[in-house]
Each structure stands twice: as structure tokens, then as C-alpha cells.
Design a protein. Sequence first.
Length: 492
Amino acid sequence: MKYAMSKLKIYNTLSGKKEEFVPILKDHVGMYVCGPTVYSDVHIGNVRTFLSFDIVYRYLKHSGYTVRYVRNITDVGHLLNDEDSGEDKIGKQAKLMNKEPMEVVQFYTNGFHDVMKAFNITPPSIEPSATGHLIEQIEMVQEIIKNGFAYEAGGSVYFDVEKYHEKFHYGKLSGRKIEDLISNTRELDGQSEKRNPLDFAIWKNADESHIMRWNSPWGEGFPGWHLECTVMSTKYLGDTFDIHGGGMDLKFPHHECEIAQSKGSGKTEPANYWMHTNMLTMNGAKMSKSVGNVVSIEELGSGDHLLLEKGFSQMAIRFFMLQSHYSSTLDLSSKAIAASEKGFEKLMTALETLDSLKTSNTSSVEINGVKQKFEDAMNDDFNTPILISHLFEVVKIINSIQAEKETITESVLLELKNLLNSYVFDVLGLQSTKKTESQDELTEELMTLFIKMRKEAKDNKNYELADEIRNKLTSLNITLKDSKEGTAWEKE
Ligand code: AMP
Ligand code: ZN
């Protein structure tokens, strides 16, 4: 579907404008998105950001591009409060859990992957981790020092922001003015090794109290958080690539520092398009671990949370998120998700209806206009809420055909089915929950049958068969629990 390629517009934070998307290579797109710091369970706020980029990834592929999507795992260097002092988030968690840092990393990375899968968020093409790229990070620090934009102090290396700003523009992405930044940052307390409070660590010295530390030309230490993204994005996508994404909260200082590091190390501008997704909020406040207002994935599923009236399926939540544009804040509330859940079910029912629609010799329904509307919505900076409103217009048409107020030919119906399948399932990544519900029902019926067969075997004193049924189920991790009321089953 290459025709969609040239019309895509993306809001570029770098220019503050919606711009026509022109990739560096004609058919290929390189995209880097800042991944999670794997020191705790991901919350539903994180999911929103990764979902927004899943849509970007899916739509670029739908438009005919071959996309290399790199999303990292931060497994070292991200310090508490996102600052240069304080404990490493993963190191701290490892001490708390009395585990190896890599055990913590593996545990939460697995959890992150499970959540991504549950929300049908496509895995990236490459998922590099910071600890896997220490040599490259050390090399980049050396380049930046060589170019005069960083200095060593006490075994740490700091990026010299003022020196950089003499030649380049620090603040070009975030729009922050260096003069304001200087006057707003507190004076150095004399203890600090930094020449200027604005400077940031690209390598941190670590003493023996740090469990995560590596040898470097400056002694034992670990890389700075901002540095890892510069190293991993450019390693896999080239010095300049097409899209760099992340949550709005990463625009400054994280992404501003990434640009500075790239140019400070002698590379070109890292990304042509910078995309920032807006925050998921609760009662107007950004959902974040430090605020303490996070809703976990389990709580959303079960409804076991003060602010939730009931639990919701991951697809209802996915649909809820897609009903707002990625650049707007989205407030999470039970009412709002419940409304989306209804809409989602309506859409899924209409899709099922398609299979039973009667066709005619003539069609009063026209598809080309619909297709164009879908495409225009997505080409307008991935406008999923507009796309969904067009999908509901189609739902109305489907219902009219079913009520025999409109007619459709077999070939137009086939075209409509293909169009809806590609936008609803491929582009929006929705999945029908009906299928899993009917699978659940089937499991329940089969289990009732096994339990009945086992009871009959026991009643007939055929203990061999009764035991065989129980043992076979045990090997499938299904436990049977006998009580006066009968037999219940449980799957681990
Ligand atoms: P972290 O693991 O804290 O580095 O966050 C991983 C990603 O989730 C980053 O891109 C953040 O910008 C994003 N994020 C964190 N909190 C929220 C939120 N409340 N809403 C949307 N995105 C968020
Ligand atoms: Zn990053």
C-alpha cells in the first residue's frame, strides 16, 4: 500500500510543527524508542507510551515501509529522581530483594514482555540493553572528551554543557533557554565535581558500595543513563535516523542530552523526527511510581482498586487508549474505560455481523471514500480517535445493510471486510475478545465432562480409570479438589 507513504504527516517536537514524513531511505524507516527501566513492574502509564509507538510501527509497516524498530532495556545507570546523584534504581532494588542485579533485570524484563504481549504490543526488531553495550559507551565518552565537550573529575566524566552551547544549541528540542536553566539551577555546593550545575554525568565513578560497576579508563564505574540511548540508537540505526520517540517526560533533560552527546561525539543530528507521547493521568496527576498513584495491570484486570468499579479486558483498555490522540493527556477512570468497552464490543459485534450479511446484485454502499477517510486520519499524525470515529460510521452502514436499508454486492462486501480487518486488527492491533470467551466456555464444558467421567469411574469402582483421569490432568497442571459439594478444578 505504498500510496499512503508520501502523505504521512508527523508532529515533530524538534520543529514544533506537523511535517510531511520523508525518510532517509525511500522504503526504510529507522525508529528508536526509549524503553523501560526494569526495576519494577510496568504500570498502565508506561503501557500507553509503548502502545502509542506500537501504532506508529504498525502504521508505517501498513504503509509499505520496512521498519527497523529499536527499543532498549535500561538495566543500569538510571539513578533515583533521574539525577546524577543517588542510587542506581536497579542496584537499589537488587539490595532490597537480596538478588543479583541481573536477576532483578531479568525478572522485570520478563514481566514487561508479558504485559506487552497481553496488550498485543508488537516486539521491536532489536531490544538492546545498556549493560550489553559498555564498550561502545566507554568509546563514546572518550570521543566526547577528545572533542572537548566533557571532562573527567574524581573518576566520573561530565558533559560540559556551556562549552557545547558555544558551538551548538543546547535546548533546541525542549525549547529551554540555557540562561534560564543556569539561573534556575542551584549553585554548586563546593562538594560537587561539576564545573557547572547544568553539566551531566556520562560516566559515574562507583565505589565498592555499588554492585554494578565496570572497569574504564577513569576507574571503576558505570555509564550515564542519557548516554546509553545515544550509543544504542546510533549503533543500530546509523548516526542520523528517522524517528526517535519517548514519553513527554523524557524530552528534557534525557532527549536534549542525547542530541548533545551525539553532536558532542562528532556525529550528526541523531534523529530527523522527535515524537513525544503525552501522559496517562489519574485525577489529573501524571501516573508515576514516585507520586504513588500507579494502577497495576493486575488491578485493571481484576477491578481490585479503589478507583475502579470493575475489571477490564486488555483489549477494552487498548481501545480506550486509542480513542484519544497520543499527544493529549488521557485521564484514567472507571467510567471512561467502561464507555470505551461498550464501543469496543459494538465494533466487534459489527465485525462478526459481516459474516452473515446478505449480498445483493447492486451496492448502495461505496468503499473508496471510507478507505480514503481511514488513510487520511492515520496520515494526520496517527490520529487514531478520528479513525475510530470513521469505524463507527462503518458500523452504522453494516447495521443498515443488516436491516436491509442498504445493499452490498459480494465483491464490495469482501473489500469492506479486508479494509476493516487491516485497520482494526493490523493497524490498531485490536483482538476479538469473543474468541477467548468462547474458548473459556469450551474449557469449562470439557472440565465438567472429565469430572463427571471420573465420578462415574469411582462410582463403578473403576479406580484405575479415575486415577488416570486425575493424573493426566495433573500433568497439565490442573488440580482437582474434592469436597462435599463436589469436585472443583484449578489451573496453575
Ligand atoms: P521509565 O521506565 O520510567 O523510564 O518509563 C518508560 C516509558 O514510560 C517512558 O517513555 C516514559 O515516558 C513512559 N511513561 C512513564 N509514565 C508515564 C505515564 N504516566 N503516561 C505515559 N507514559 C509514561
Ligand atoms: Zn532513552
